[in-house]
Design a protein around this ligand. Sequence first.
Ligand code: ADE
Length: 224
Amino acid sequence: MRIDIITLFPEMFEGPLNYSIIKRAQAKGLAEIHLHNLRDFSDNKHRKVDDYAFGGGAGMVMMMQPIVSCLEALKKERVYDEIIFLTPDGELFDQPIANKLSMASNIILMCGHYKGIDERLREHYFTREISIGNYVLTGGELAAAVISDAVIRLLPGVLSDETSALSDSFQDNLLSPPVYTRPAEFNGWTVPDVLISGNEKEIRKWQHEKALERTRTRRPGLID
Ligand code: ADE
């Protein structure tokens, strides 16, 4: 899978996508992340990418020209399954959206800044608009990193045990049950007996009950 990220701050991605599982996924060739600095596409001699809003008001608006030039350059090279604008007023990102995106071959993530982008682009270019939560970030970069991480870990071969993505919280609209590791007793705190009973059937039953209980108390909205 190939992810093209359009951003004013490519350096922001050096950390989040270059460690651990996501780094290995790229090293193995399972995922490619390409960063594009929007300023490189500006026709303006000062590499300007924003301008005043028609109608006034505080804050600048991202101009159409650099974004269109960048999108057109990318679209000339390959077909994109989704061209996504990251914005706080987009649809809320969740596991089903991550699952769907993980089936794409090529996606573009466009990081917004300032007051946003010219509305005409939103009408004519983007196939999807996504928010990672009901709060406002300084830009779409962290959102793009979150989405890339959530999607790449789902790609076949990325996680060592393929079933581990299937047993994630949210995959079946249930939160994950609690987990424990050795030692079986620490500071007098013990592990539930059933988990060390060796009874596979009882263990699965306990885990399912705990998942239900946790979902009911913490995220009742997931069970409908
Ligand atoms: N840009 C600013 N805030 C955002 C959010 N919550 N989700 C996606 N993009 C954003």
